[in-house]
Design a protein around this ligand. Structure first.
Ligand code: GAP
Length: 437
């Protein structure tokens, strides 16, 4: 049997430690849909919070919205998704009858059974459903394949209700759905995914400059959450791969175990979406410049990032195995900014006096940090568990703590231990986590 590769090792850790579970697993799962467990939820929340802080909270030129997943179906007619949001599909005409995305198949034979393939046909990736009790064509609705359209249809609402002037942005985080033909690579290509998108509205002609600005800023953000710069690159799209709405696009790519893959897409959408919504809805979506009085449909620059791919890249980047005193140690070397827990509090034994102090220490630290209390198993195994889930610091309360009112702080990466007085613990942890005072 061959050794498991990085993706298999990570998939197994994610299941074992409660980051990611296959959806409806007790029924055999459902392809390309996953659930997130206790640690996965923590990591995802931190990703969302870091993105929102950088894109919305620390700026005065971006507003947030949360639009519904179901939208009037005319949205998808206007946006071009009904006509264009499709991938080329080929069927195996040999033994296995499997379906493939034509651009993912090399050569003209079925990758599974070697049989001949059909000519490609376009397959729309939007999930269809019905609204109300009657399942006919007039009741058809779609699950949104991107959150962006919920922003475009609210452009005027936000403009009028906020004090924003062009250039400004509208940000949204939410679920999207794509009936992907080829899936796989764990949570890389999902049918239910979560996106973090910004639509940046600017004057026509100003979009090239803003596109450069957002490309640079987004790459810097990926560095800031701890992804290794050598595992990230920018790749401009060729003419033949641009989405139907894009004047130009650049992907932020990450070096996944199977090669470079898209992490984030940054696109110049021109005035495509607002112009189409103006045409199809009949509503005026122009902007009036308050100084010059000029009226125009703003141009849009869009950085669009999947939470699931960010999650996967962070875990792959952080995963390492080391040998410590003849034993294997698995470590998730996550940046403290994204670690599910920042500080673990561990009493050395289950003696009542130690547990009491450890509970008190944790009750205090949890006001400052994401903490976990754990009194099960031998201390060595508890350290290994914390290493494996990426907790940067462990505070151990031992018998000496009862006398010297101090505890041992162990660092995940160096495994160094220092003795710290209990009243200094929060300050020392803050410092070690690289948090500003
Ligand atoms: N509104 C622009 C847009 O939808 P996209 O490049 O199709 O652009 C943006 O998607 C991001 O969403 C991708 O860079 C990726 O991170 C994520 N994404 C797209 N499809 C995905 C899928 N099937 N599974 C997981 N993430 C996906």
């Amino acid at each position: 049997m061959s050794e498991p590769g990085p993706l298999e090792l990570l998939t197994s850790l994610c299941k074992r430690r409660g980051f990611v579970f296959p959806s409806s697993e007790i029924y055999g799962g459902i392809n390309a849909v996953y659930d997130f467990g206790p640690l996965g939820v923590r990591l995802r929340r931190r990703i969302r919070e870091l993105w929102w802080r950088d894109m919305v909270d620390l700026r005065d030129d971006v507003e947030g919205v949360e639009a519904a997943i179901l939208m009037n179906p005319r949205v998808w007619e206007a946006s071009g998704h009904l006509a264009n949001f499709s991938d080329p599909l080929v069927d195996c005409l040999g033994e296995c009858h499997q379906r493939w995305r034509a651009d993912h198949v090399e050569g003209d034979r079925c990758p599974n059974c070697g049989g001949p393939l059909s000519a490609p046909r376009q397959f729309n990736l939007m999930f269809k459903t019905f609204i109300g009790p009657v399942e006919d064509e007039t009741a058809v609705a779609y699950l949104r394949p991107e959150t962006a359209q919920g922003i475009f249809v609210n452009f005027k609402n936000v403009l009028v209700s906020s004090r924003q002037r062009v250039p400004f942005g509208i940000a949204q985080i939410g679920r999207s759905f794509r009936n992907e033909i080829s899936t796989g690579n764990f949570i890389f290509r999902l049918r239910e995914l979560e996106m973090m998108e910004l639509e940046w509205f600017c004057a026509p002609g100003d979009d090239v400059r803003w596109f450069e600005y957002w490309t640079e800023r987004r790459l810097a953000w990926h560095h800031s959450i701890g992804l290794a710069p050598e595992h990230l690159r920018l790749r401009p799209h060729g003419e033949d791969e641009k989405a139907h709405y894009a004047l130009a696009s650049t992907d932020v790519e990450y070096l996944f175990p199977w090669g470079w893959g898209e992490l984030e897409g940054i696109a110049r959408r021109g005035d495509y979406d607002l112009r189409r919504h103006q045409e199809v809805s009949g509503k005026d979506l122009q902007y009036t410049d308050p100084v010059s009085g000029e009226r125009y449909i703003p141009y849009v620059v869009e950085p669009s990032l999947g939470i699931d791919r960010t999650f996967l890249a962070l875990l792959l980047d952080a995963y390492r195995e080391e040998e410590v005193r003849g034993e294997k140690r698995v470590v998730l070397g996550l940046d403290p900014k994204v670690a599910p827990f920042e500080v673990a509090v561990l009493p050395l034994s289950k003696k009542a006096e130690l547990i009491e102090v450890a509970h008190r220490v944790e009750a205090d630290l949890r006001h400052h940090f994401a903490t976990e209390y754990d009194e099960t198993q031998a201390i060595g195994r508890r350290y290994r568990r914390q290493d494996e889930i990426g907790t940067p610091l462990a505070v151990t309360v031992d018998f000496d703590s009862l006398e010297d009112h101090a505890a041992t702080v162990r660092e995940r990466d160096s495994m160094e231990q220092v003795r710290v007085s209990l009243d200094q613990l929060a300050a020392v942890c803050r410092d070690k986590l690289g948090r500003p005072a």
